[in-house]
Design a binder for this molecule. Structure first.
Ligand code: NAD
Ligand code: IPM
Ligand code: MN
Length: 351
């Protein structure tokens, strides 16, 4: 099994280093790693955020473990050269259309959540975010209006096939969980969302056991902090899923805790924390690597059929937290590598 390691920018390399240490500590046979530059690092080295060698490696690999991209030095570049285009390009080129973002609170972190502990402890949900369409990939540009003013535009659209395939992922995810699916849209205003809702309702007829509900995204943002325990699986579009998952992360303790899997229709996946390159703390050893370590566990489970090893890593993260491991975002003082050490120690003591 070939794993592509794409560390990227900012805290990306710091958190990937810890995830790789944890994978090594689990002692898995038959895994080969190849690393390649991506994002701002790749742009600075070779003039492109997603060099063809990196894309080739991602295509050849059985799974991809990704850190983060984004570099303030690159924010003024033409859009197609910006670091973020690398992750968007990988998602699109590899048809990684289904983004699973689980938000679960480790009970020890109830005090780190932005919510009151008795509300925070209820959170156990999965956001299924569509990743290949929406306003992210529509036509965009800058133009002048008739009276000479600057105008930016980004076309939002979904076709029914795109909605149908992510709806199936949402329903199947709910089947494997608590059988409840909430589809989040803005159908009161957007035609894109009206189609989304219509197609989700059509697909629902194939899943009679699933309790389907619909919610507008603004209400969902409110309900996530009012009572996150009401949600089992949320299925939503690319932009709404991006925003709601960052919000859900703070309900679950920290953005440094949430992993993700971006899957194609065949089981290949890219695994990354939901957070970015965090330039404000990069290079300081302050980043929480647990989201990336938990992403590595998702990789073992979803792409490499190594569910037992995934369980071991997740259990080690829980034990490390129970033993008091806390990085700054969780209210502690431990460094990125201290957090890696804590997980590795927990793995060792579990035998
Ligand atoms: P961010 O997620 O990088 O950071 C937001 C805040 O959360 C910052 O204060 C940061 O210090 C903190 N944070 C993030 N991850 C953390 C961790 N593991 N441990 C502790 N604290 C953590 O979002 P941003 O600041 O809006 O974006 C920074 C750059 O990252 C931008 O260039 C953006 O485009 C990029 N970005 C990339 C990805 C990705 O690669 N998939 C995701 C989100 C943002
Ligand atoms: C994420 C990020 C990306 C997104 C950016 C960096 C393109 O915010 O992975 O959540 O918007 O999808
Ligand atoms: Mn995001």
């Amino acid at each position: 099994m070939l794993i592509a390691l794409l560390p990227g920018d900012g805290i990306g390399p710091e958190v990937i280093t810890q995830a790789k240490r944890v994978l090594d500590a689990v002692g898995l046979d038959g895994l080969i790693y190849e690393e390649a530059p991506v994002g701002g690092a790749a742009y600075k080295a070779s003039g492109h955020p997603l060099p063809s060698e990196t894309l080739d490696l991602a295509k050849r690999a059985d799974a991809i473990l990704f850190g983060a991209v984004g570099d303030p030095d690159c924010d003024a570049l033409e859009r197609h050269l910006r670091p973020e285009q690398a992750i968007l390009g990988l998602r699109k080129e590899l048809e990684l259309f289904a983004n699973l973002r689980p938000a679960t609170l480790f009970p020890e972190l109830a005090g780190a959540s932005a919510l009151r502990p008795e509300i925070a402890t209820q959170i156990d949900l999965m956001i299924v975010r569509e990743l290949n369409g929406d306003v992210y990939f529509g036509e965009k540009g800058m133009r002048k209006t008739a009276d000479g003013k600057r105008e930016g535009y980004d076309i939002m659209s979904y076709n029914e096939d795109e909605v149908r395939r992510i709806a199936h992922v949402g329903f199947k995810t709910a089947m494997a969980r608590d059988q409840r699916l909430c589809s989040v849209d803005k159908a009161n205003v957007l035609e894109t969302s009206q189609l989304w809702r219509d197609v989700v309702i059509e697909v629902a007829s194939e899943y009679p056991d699933i309790q389907l509900s619909h919610m507008y995204v603004d209400n969902c943002a409110m309900q996530l902090v009012r009572n996150p325990g009401q949600f089992d699986v949320i299925v939503t579009g690319n932009l709404f899923g991006d925003i709601l998952s960052d919000q859900a992360s703070m309900c679950a303790g920290s953005i440094g805790m949430l992993p993700s899997a971006s899957l194609d229709s065949g089981g290949k996946g890219l695994y990354e924390p939901i957070h970015g390159s965090a330039p404000d703390i990069a290079g300081q050893g302050k980043a929480n690597p647990l989201a990336t370590i938990l992403s590595a566990a998702m990789m073992l489970r979803y792409s490499l059929s190594m569910a037992e090893a995934a369980d071991q890593i997740e259990a080690a993260v829980a034990s490390a937290l129970a033993a008091g491991a806390r990085s700054a975002d969780l209210g502690g003082t431990m460094s990125t590598s201290d957090m890696g050490d804590a997980v590795i120690a927990a793995l060792a003591s579990a035998g």
